[in-house]
Design a protein around this ligand. Structure first.
Ligand SMILES: [Zn+2]
Length: 482
């Protein structure tokens, strides 16, 4: 007996349950992709599958809707496979064990894949029906969204005719996303010179910063561990004869670093001055960031007499000047969307090698021209300091449309149905709509979905009543004729 058999909307939960029985973690999407292809073929619908297993299904308009602009129904095929330590399910090979708990569907011990299986289920249920009025549909199901949106970057959309897109990959009912950031990675590589110095080797750890995702937590204005380490390095080298061996912190450009470390050679008779200077700077940082980073602390460890290759005074000066000249954090807030960061950057990774100091930044903006200006500004600063600049991993922004008929229709319909105006938001991180808007000129898209919680964790839930409300809403949006 099927677990979700008695839930409404019946077809949506029927397809959703099918999907949960086909393993479909990122990079393991062939089976789920083939299932969608078979769905289309069984119903005589036009279907394409590309070499990464992205799928496009085309479903003609129902009678009376032939002249209404068509829609794109979009979601991603892959899910994040996470399970509890005690769970024995092999998520690469076995289906999930569904459960109904109150108003929620969950999977025992694993992620559920409501993100984004529900989008696929909605789209299949619509295309399967004989009695849902709709304009022409192009359903686009992408792979590997969770790992870096590889499917959306790879897929060929040149055959699509429709320009209104319902992206069903948001998990807060009543919130409509209408823009996202674009971005990329800026690297600066500064050549350094070294000289031999003897004294006491001292290691300094700056730890306990709050950190977070550079698209989401950057708005909180917390300290960046790498920049704070630079401040400590500047303080101790200005006030004592300490020389820097290296500084490093962070491992991902899109994570705000939580810790950073420094190594020095300090003249033996200046150890207490060194400590005093480092601790005084740390106190200032603590005061400045007492709200955002209450757990910050500094640990200074002496490692005995030693000699090492340290940065020359000139190289240290260039390294710190570059670090302090480059901007960091929130650069602009959105004027269109309340409380959303428009442009930001994060020094995610700092490192020192024998001949180089390098800084790596994640740059984001929901306005492409603002992003380009910021990157251009960084390039000038980096090259002015004599360092090497590079830019990689670009992904496009989904810019807010000042005029959006789709958004206006959806806000009106939701308000009429549920008596509450939905919240229109943007997100300061990348979503697939950015790649779609880059490929489809004039696209008008909104991202939304039913209520979920704990996505990407074994606690993931999908609300049954919300799934029904959002379904009824989608049908009303599809029925719009003018
Ligand atoms: Zn998703």
């Amino acid at each position: 007996m099927r677990v979700l058999e008695n839930l409404e909307p019946k077809k949506v939960f029927q397809f959703f349950e099918d999907i949960t029985q086909i393993p479909h973690g990122s990079y393991n999407e062939k089976a789920i992709s083939d299932y969608c292809v078979k769905f289309a073929k069984d119903r005589g619908l036009e279907v394409e599958q590309d070499d990464l297993y992205d799928v496009i299904i085309k479903c003609p308009a129902t009678p009376g809707y032939e002249n209404v602009p068509g829609v794109i129904l979009q979601g991603h095929l892959d899910m994040v496979n996470e399970k509890e330590d005690t769970c024995t399910i092999d998520m690469d090979k076995e289906g999930l064990q569904l459960e109904i708990v109150g108003d929620n569907v969950t999977a025992k011990g694993t992620t559920l894949g409501g993100d984004d299986g529900i989008a696929i289920a909605y789209a299949l249920a619509i295309m399967d029906s004989d009695d849902i009025p709709h304009p022409s549909i192009e359903a686009v199901f992408t792979v590997s969204e969770e790992t870096g949106m590889e499917g959306a970057s790879h897929i060929d959309l040149s055959g699509l005719k429709n320009r209104r897109m319902l992206n069903m990959d948001s998990e807060d009912e009543g919130i409509f996303l209408t823009s996202c950031a674009g971005g990329g990675r800026v690297d600066s590589k500064l050549e350094i010179k070294r000289e031999t110095k003897s004294g006491v080797a001292v290691h300094v750890d700056l730890k306990g910063f709050t950190g977070g995702h550079s698209g989401i937590q950057i708005i909180l204005g917390g300290a960046n561990a790498n920049i704070m380490a630079g401040r400590v390095a500047a303080a101790v080298t200005e006030k004592t004869g300490a020389a820097l061996i290296g500084m490093k912190g962070g491992s991902k450009d899109n994570a705000i670093p939580r810790a950073s470390e420094l190594d020095f050679i300090v003249p033996a008779d200046q150890i207490s001055d060194f400590r005093a200077a480092a601790e005084a700077e740390a106190e200032k940082i603590k005061d400045e960031f007492s709200v955002q980073d209450p757990s910050f602390n500094i640990v200074i460890t002496e490692k005995g007499e030693s000699s090492a290759e340290v940065l020359t005074a000139e190289s240290l000066d260039s390294a710190l000047s570059l670090l302090f000249a480059l901007p960091n954090g929130v650069q602009a807030m959105s004027a269109d969307v309340e409380n959303m960061v428009e442009t930001s950057l994060n020094l995610g990774v700092m490192g020192t090698e024998e001949k180089f100091v390098h800084y790596r930044y994640a740059v984001r903006s929901s306005v492409n021209s603002a992003k380009e200006f910021l990157i251009g500004r960084m390039k000038r600063i980096i090259e002015h300091e004599g360092a090497e600049y590079s830019f990689e991993g670009a992904y496009p922004a989904w810019e807010y449309r000042k005029d959006s008929k789709l958004r206006d229709d959806m806000v009106r319909i939701w308000t009429e149905m549920y008596g509450k105006t939905p919240i229109v938001q943007g997100i300061h991180a990348g979503v697939e709509c950015g790649l779609f808007s880059d490929k489809l000129d004039g696209i008008d898209a909104v991202s939304f979905g039913p209520q979920m919680s704990g996505v990407h964790t074994p606690e993931e839930t999908l609300s049954i009543s919300s799934t029904k409300r959002v379904w009824d809403f989608i049908l009303k949006v599809l029925a719009v004729k003018d």
